[in-house]
Design a protein around this ligand. Sequence first.
Ligand code: HEC
Ligand code: HEC
Length: 514
Amino acid sequence: MNKQSFIVVVCLWLWFGAALAEMPPVPVPPENPITEEKRVLGKILFWDEQLSSDNTIACGTCHQFGQAGADGRKSGHPGLDGIPGTPDDKIGSPGVVSMNSGGEYVMHSVFDLDVQVTERSANPTVGAAYAPEMFWDGRAGSQFIDPETGAVSIVSGGALENQAVGPILSDVEMAKVGRTWFEVTSKLQGVVPLVYATDLPADVSGALAANGDYPSLFQAAFGDSQITAERIGFAIATYERTLVADETPWDHFTEGDPTAMTPAQINGWNLFQASDCSVCHAPPVFSDQTFRNVAVRPIAEDNGRQEVTGNPADRGRFKTPTLRNVGLKNTYFHNGILTDVENVIQHYNDPNRFVENEDPLLPVPIPPQDRSDLVDFLTNGLTDTRVANREFPFDQPSLHAGENPFLSLRFDADKETMNWNAVADAQSYPMYRGLLSNLVDGNGDSVPDGGYGDCVSDLDGNLTDLEFADVAVPPAGDGFFYSRGFVNGFGDAGGLGLSSRGVSRMDEVATTCP
Ligand code: HEC
Ligand code: HEC
């Protein structure tokens, strides 16, 4: 071989090496090309709690970057039998308190007046753009139908658009019963974008400085100010297509930096490649996007993919999740039941799996002495620190309800007046207040020693309206917490929810409202 052809061969090898390692470009449907105006509008919509009927929850409430774009709030769903504390329980995402068609909170048969919880755990939004179908069972398919006109909007490759218009009308996740697109789009006409969010990312505040309301943001993104369901889907999907976590230690390692992963992580990566883990969780996305049954729970609890295809071969199958950023999550599998990666590996080796219709690749033996290196590779080698640290493009505002949408008391701009959503049949709304410094549980009974506050209803003349004003100022260095209850038509008081030991907080207040 002469010198020239040797160089050509080396260059080809390098080029192939890079092509194998790098994340492929995100697929983009021709009907919805990525533009910066659409991306930033999508980001604003994704983080705006006003997309929900009662202003308590945004897409991002359930999809936090600190959790890889999944939900870390670990809320229990009682499962098929409806009874909490049994083996079929799941860990899902808290959504909204059940609302009637008038938008008033109503008692729910399972969740009472607490937030409802989804039946599956939230998939990560980071990296979702690589999947041809969305959700654990892939029920949001590739074709996007305009939800208002019924016309085909995206022929194929529109699963993200298709998915994005779902939660906004879902009466578990974001909506009152029977919410319509007309209600959603007319609401957005009039509200101040992200009014309940703080710490806005720079790109978001820049866009809002140029266009301070939704009609002008839609004008900038789509050429005219019309707000439609289709455009909401287009904008959110565009934003999600930019959430690509391709700067993990593993990416830098495979691009040629041998120091990017530790020796233990390299060992873990070699084990991963040598095992069948890498067949389904195929690099570089770490998912082959197929639906598989890895025997997590009895099929009767959730048929998974079969619900979508009707094909008995699909029973109990779920979408293979990406393993990028998996170490940032705190629940694993479609039902969220496992809470660390080591237990997941243990599951693949567990003789007591639910083997009906199990994938033939299982079990996947990993010798016990090798497991800690594999865990290190998965939890650290595959984590993009920009996601973990919420750095662009994974930056996000703080939401008013924080990570708990049930805290549905909102302060007006005067920081003295609070407002909340109506509860059906409520006759009045008693108010309790306490000092944050008194929220200590010295005796370990899961209830603050000083209780959940004192009745302060007498500070407000009108207890039947949806506002409460308090001009009092807490001592320096301290703060107030407020709990709003309600009294129903029978004169029964309730509405403070359950404490973590399962007792009504109403029974734990320091002084009861008359
Ligand atoms: C109440 C919490 C909650 C809210 C609010 C919510 N989601 Fe989700 N999201 C979930 C859950 C739970 C799943 C999985 C459901 C399933 O598979 O059945 C999910 C799945 C997804 C997926 C699928 C990802 C994949 O890999 O398949 C995407 C994308 C997504 N949500 C985006 C959004 C967007 C956009 C919004 C707002 C319009 C939103 N979510 C609102 C809980 C929520
Ligand atoms: C037959 C294909 C297949 C093989 C082999 C496989 N997985 Fe999985 N993996 C899946 C599927 C499908 C799920 C989701 C299953 C569910 O939720 O019911 C999953 C879930 C996971 C999760 C949870 C991720 C999350 O976000 O919830 C981790 C971690 C994981 N696998 C790691 C591994 C490791 C490590 C191996 C090798 C020991 C492995 N997998 C082998 C298909 C596979």
